[in-house]
Design a protein around this ligand. Structure first.
Ligand SMILES: [Fe+2]
Length: 325
């Protein structure tokens, strides 16, 4: 039976609408499964798990170069590796990196080996198509190869094909689309954990922000009794014990944890662990920055409990206790 909160991406039981996608030349380009359907007006929390396959050649014309005009894509590259072509650059993306793509950034990919990547999206057109595509495929098995249908998959709407790109090759550190927890946009040290900003709110149309948290064993956080947002986390290293309502379980690498809003919950790191806040609704950057400012400039004000309570309220931080257990 499916776990109510823990989603092991490698457990087939968690794969919704598994689909094989083929290139125009008939070779298999992707095994894709939906993990979580998009939710709300910004189609947030949309998650896919894919294995991408090398093309027949790495010719620029076969890179499937395209742009989105609404959607934002983040890909956690977890195995294999790929060349990313974007904004006049080509760079190699190794496992452990995160690709961040904003609307109008035309991008193409060449997979050097079978590559497992996990996609987390918001505002992406067609991301809610999986159930109807499953019906279409059952009724018309050849539709996905029929140009009269695939033209609808490629827009109009959110996805538009682009010409083969020109590029200069650069190391990933010189490509702003390649993010890594070792090169955060901002970093804040807490007692027992370091919070690192991977993508900022202004890079996501204001919808969310992406943070990685490096935790030491014993790091603990407890949320308020009725948190007002759905939460989603992705564990990439170590073990994190969650308690949601009265249920306790351990999340481990390649697991997503989805916690419904209003559910009381807490976490404790059982080892050195790395976890990403996927939902990213809390305005962490504003909260942590203003908290640092008050601690630095007005230490007396910082000591008053109402100061931090007001700051948490202002930026949607629904954590009650944080630190070492
Ligand atoms: Fe894309």
């Amino acid at each position: 039976m499916k776990h109510p909160y823990l989603i092991d991406l490698n457990d087939r039981e968690n794969w919704l609408y598994p689909i094989e996608l083929f290139g125009p030349d008939g070779h298999k380009g992707e095994d894709q499964r939906t993990i979580n359907m998009p939710e709300g007006p910004h189609k947030e929390l949309c998650v896919t798990d894919s294995v991408m396959y090398p093309g027949k050649s790495s010719k620029p014309s076969e890179l499937h170069c395209h742009e989105h005009r609404i959607g934002y894509e983040d890909f956690f590259v977890d195995s294999g590796g790929l060349d990313l072509y974007i904004n006049g650059k080509k760079t190699y993306v190794a496992p452990g990196n995160i690709i961040h793509l904003q609307p109008y950034e035309a991008h193409g990919m060449n997979f050097r080996a079978p590559t497992k990547y996990r996609g987390f999206f918001h505002d992406l057109g067609n991301s809610d198509n999986s159930p109807v595509i499953a019906i279409l495929r059952a009724k018309k098995p050849n539709a996905m190869q029929d140009p009269n249908f695939t033209k609808y998959m490629m827009g109009p709407g959110d996805i538009y094909m682009r010409e083969a790109p020109e590029w200069v090759e650069v190391p990933p550190e010189q490509c702003p689309n390649v993010r890594n927890i070792s090169r955060p946009m901002a970093e804040f040290k807490l007692d027992g954990a370091t919070m690192k900003m991977i993508t900022a709110r202004w890079e996501n149309g204001g919808v969310n922000e992406l943070w990685g948290v490096e935790m030491e064993p014993g790091f603990y956080a407890e949320w308020v009794e009725y948190p007002l947002e759905t939460e989603m986390y992705y564990v990439t290293a170590g073990e994190v014990e969650f308690t949601v309502y009265d249920e306790t379980f351990v999340a481990y690498p390649e697991c997503v944890v989805k916690i419904p809003k209003f559910a009381s919950h807490s976490i404790v790191a059982k080892s050195n662990a790395v976890m990403y806040d996927i939902a990213g609704k809390t305005r962490w950057y504003a909260f942590l920055q203003d908290r640092s400012s008050i601690l630095y400039y007005e230490p007396e004000r910082a000591k008053k409990p109402e100061t931090m309570a007001a700051l948490k309220e202002k930026f949607g931080c629904m954590i009650k206790k944080i630190g070492r257990k």
